[in-house]
Design a protein around this ligand. Structure first.
Ligand code: UDP
Ligand code: MG
Length: 139
């Protein structure tokens, strides 16, 4: 059965470009409730740990460098069918392949600098939420 929470980050270039508010508005308009949220700057070490699943991929080094290049906004979101519905809302990894109206189509600069993160499974959503937030910080 599909769960009701997912985890997202507004990535550094989207924060830098002043798109945090517009992206959060899209998320709330789509029916997601913000359960937890904070702005923080990941160290290279923390970014590397978050993306450890990709450590063998060719883009891993650049991804870690990029994700630690400036502050991000991390959030836990709630909605029925949260993981899949959020993946639909953000669109494909590569914005040139993302559907019209999706957050990546609207805000991403490139396949690497693609504006937002979204969990890919219920298990990873729970792992990623607890990477950033204690239980007492999730409402
Ligand atoms: N990424 C990249 N080049 C690629 C694939 C991915 O730079 O060829 C980056 C991109 O920022 C992406 C992240 O690595 O969002 C994680 O990749 P994943 O395949 O999990 O994509 P996502 O789940 O974010 O759509
Ligand atoms: Mg992914």
């Amino acid at each position: 059965m599909s769960g009701n929470r997912t985890f997202t980050m507004v990535k550094p270039e989207a924060v830098e470009n002043g798109n945090t508010g517009a992206i959060l508005a899209k998320i709330e308009e789509a029916g997601f409730r913000i359960v937890a949220m904070k702005k923080l700057h990941l160290s290279e070490d923390r970014a590397g740990k978050f993306y450890a699943v990709h450590s063998e991929r060719p883009f891993y080094g650049e991804l870690v460098e990029y994700m630690s290049s400036g502050p991000i906004v991390a959030a836990v979101l709630e909605k029925s069918n949260a993981v899949l519905d959020f993946r639909t809302l953000i669109g494909s990894t590569d914005p040139s392949e993302a559907a019209d109206g999706t957050i990546r189509k609207l805000f991403a600069e490139s396949k690497a600098k693609n504006a937002v993160h979204g969990s890919d499974s219920d298990d990873n959503a729970a792992i990623e939420a607890s990477f950033f937030f204690a239980d007492l910080e999730q409402f």
